[in-house]
Design a protein around this ligand. Sequence first.
Ligand SMILES: NC(=O)c1ccc[n+]([C@@H]2O[C@H](COP(=O)([O-])OP(=O)(O)OC[C@H]3O[C@@H](n4cnc5c(N)ncnc54)[C@H](O)[C@@H]3O)[C@@H](O)[C@H]2O)c1
Length: 262
Amino acid sequence: MADFTGQVVIVTGGAKGIGGGISRAFAGAGAQVAALDIDAEAGTALAEEEGQIRFFEADVASDEVCAQTVGQIIKDWGRVDVLCNNVGIQPVPSYKLAHELPVEMWDRIIDVNLKSFFLMARHCLPQMMEQGKGVIINTASVQGLQSASMVSAYAASKGGIISLTRQLALDYAKYGIRVLAVNPGGIQTPLVDEVIEAFGHEREQFFEDYAKLHPIGRYGQPEDIANAMLFLASDKASFMTGENVCVDGGLMAKGAWAEVEE
Ligand SMILES: NC(=O)c1ccc[n+]([C@@H]2O[C@H](COP(=O)([O-])OP(=O)(O)OC[C@H]3O[C@@H](n4cnc5c(N)ncnc54)[C@H](O)[C@@H]3O)[C@@H](O)[C@H]2O)c1
């Protein structure tokens, strides 16, 4: 496994779910990890549990907050090697047809899911350019590639991330900076718990049904995404940039007409 000793890794939405898994994985590989999140309770608990992780309470939809937090990390730790733009929201009340979606909700989803990726990149890139090296890994989604019902803002944000990834990869390759995206399939996190609760699904049945949708036959875990990110951030992936990689148990490999054998 790649060794990130001496490297500084920033993870947005880094306290819970996939972000919590990413923070833990990089810390386990020796990195100093800055986990940025609005959930102070979860972030503090994570930092107490894992000494290599420092929690920053930060709403990354704000340019001012991103500037201040990244500035603090560079002041204290002197560098930024890997930025994992992972934060994402899909609030249950936003499951609506586009003409019924309040504009404020569209704005908030785009601000958190897409604009924050630009803001965090904007503040980390000058440091990475000075270092002549850096990696940005963006958490997109299979929903940036194919459509689910009634999630227009979320889908648009994820498509935007894939496009932004290509753009940054193109513009910053000459500075030694690689930019990649990961598209998770169904991953068991608090975000999914919210959906299960809000729509009154029976928990075990939900995971059983969704496992069947994935050709590999199980629901994903945060570590599945974190493991892919460790590889993409390492020098073993030094010829990869601008690409989006599905970590989805085969979901996107399956045509809409495919029968999945049980
Ligand atoms: N879980 C899945 O099945 C799945 C599938 C595809 C893509 N994704 C993507 O993976 C990423 C992580 O999803 P998850 O399932 O772990 O979600 P989650 O809700 O479980 O965790 C998200 C974290 O982000 C934090 N957060 C929310 N708003 C924030 C803000 N403004 N600033 C800083 N932190 C904030 C939350 O407190 C939480 O800790 C998201 O981008 C999501 O769209 C998830």
